[in-house]
Structures are given as C-alpha cells and as structure tokens.
Design a binder for this molecule. Sequence first.
Ligand code: SAM
Length: 303
Amino acid sequence: MEEGARPMREGHASRTAEQNALFRALESSRRADQRICDDPLARHFLRWPYTLVMCVAAIPGVATSVCWYIDRRWPGVRSSVVARTRLIDDLIAGALDDGIDQVVILGAGFDSRAYRISRLAAIDIFEVDHPDTQAAKREVLKRLLPSPPEHVRFVAIDFKQDDLASAMSGAGYDDSKHTLFLWEGVTNYLTADAVDSTVQWCSRASAGSQLLFTYVHRDVLTRPSDFVGTQNLFRSLEKARERFTFGMQPSHVPGFLASRGFSLELDIGAAEYRARYFGARARAMRGHEFYRVALARAGRRAA
Ligand SMILES: C[S@@+](CC[C@H](N)C(=O)[O-])C[C@H]1O[C@@H](n2cnc3c(N)ncnc32)[C@H](O)[C@@H]1O
C-alpha cells in the first residue's frame, strides 16, 4: 500500500480522536479554578476502555495519579492537547470578534465546540470528517442533544480519496462568506497531496478568511528519537493505524502558505502554548514539543 494511504481501523471511529476527548474530559473534571479548558461534552464520546479511565479518575484523590500515569507513558501528549484546546478556543473567540460568518471544522473528531461555544450557535458550522468517526459522533449527539443541531451540517469524506470541493458545495458551503477553517490534529495523518489540495480549496474562501491548523515538525518523522516520548507514542499510533505521515519544517510554512494564498500570522509549538496556559507548571512538562498550532489569513496569494 502507498505510503500514508493505509486506512484508519475500518469501521471504527478514530482512536486518536477518542484519546483527545479523554484528555479534555479529564481536564474538564478538575475544579473550575484549576482547569485549563472546559469541555463538558467530551466524556460522552468515550467508550471502553476510556470510560473505565474516567471511572477510576472519578475516585476522590485518584485523578492526579491517572494523569501522572498518562504523562509518564506518553510524555507531553495530554498537556499539549489540553493547552491547544484552550488556545484554539481563544483564537476562535478572536475570529468571532473579527466577524466570521461560518466555520468549517476539518477532521472534527469529537470536537464539541459547535455545541459548547454559545456564540457558534448563531453561525453555520460544517463538520467534515471520516465517515466512521462522524457516524460514531452523530450517534452520541443524537442521545445528548434535545434536537438535531440546526446550525451544524455534517460532511462525511475521506480527505485522501474524496473531492472536498464537491462534498462541501453539496452541503451548502458558500465560499463568498468570511470563513474560519479549523483543522486540528489532522494534517499529520494525511498525505502531502491531501494537505495540499485541502489548503488550496480553503484558499478560495473570501479574503480575510482564516485557516487555523496544527502540524508536526518534519523532523519527528525523520528523526523521532530526537524527541522525548516518541517511542511509546509511535507504538500506540501504529496500533491505532494512525501513524504520522506528514510534517513540515516551521521555516518552510510561511512559503508553503503564501504559494497557496495564505499569509501566516501565528505559529507556535507545544512548549510555548503549554507555558501560556499552565504557567510555572509547564516547566516540568516534557514531550510533544514537535506539535504546532498555526493561524493564516486568506487573500494574499503570492505571484
Ligand atoms: C487526532 S483526531 C483529531 C480530532 C479533532 N480535530 C481533535 O483535535 O480532537 C484526527 C481526526 O482526523 C480524521 N481523519 C484522519 N484521516 C482522515 C481522512 N483521511 N479523511 C477524513 N478524516 C480523517 C479522523 O477521523 C479524526 O477525526
């Protein structure tokens, strides 16, 4: 099979999407004055064995040990996901202040922002994801929400095979609107071609639209042992059939985006965004430093 074309576990929701929901659920169960992010819906998306992890963490005094164990086995992953959830929540608030008309969440997984951020209920949201993950999410949403969310449209596609443009126009997406594209935790699982065509498609949106995405430093693919914690992480990703297949050198990102109609406004690594939200506690956090969050704006295509 072609490099990067190996599917996720067929018929199953993305395991890494569930893990992110677990990390958000654990953080959200902390006291309001201690937590970094708050996602009260996250725990509802969990299935065995993550439901068991939450049950154990609910025993008084045990949650800290559960997080300690996760951090020891997979250094930096949990804290990075928690801090980036908060960073992206804050950047979405900025985009809403900026007057965006619609949000496209690419590879949405168990992202619950469409349902937990009240200001998003007033605009159109498109949740785009692999059919297997999206089906699992919609099953849970059916039980969780009193009625189907009218502001959300679901688009089920495989970024590596399907045509995003026709799927989106079929779903009512309007590229003349001021759009925020959120692409969190996905590019590292795709092929270079799938990343390229998706960014090209996003760049057709009206000038001023924003692309908020994550990527991994290219070196973690070629020299994983240079980074703390990659041995266990890569073993788990292999088991989930969601191994890293795409990364970029941060110094190449401005040029990559400029040639596809975007200008880079922000590009920060996990160590930096952990420090922003965890403060002094971030000094003891190691691992996942290769993970990055970037924000770019459409409308300044290079000649
Ligand atoms: C790590 S999860 C991230 C989920 C969510 N955005 C978050 O940050 O929690 C990766 C997501 O990408 C989706 N995904 C991976 N490969 C895909 C593909 N080829 N086509 C469509 N979606 C894909 C998975 O279904 C999953 O929802």
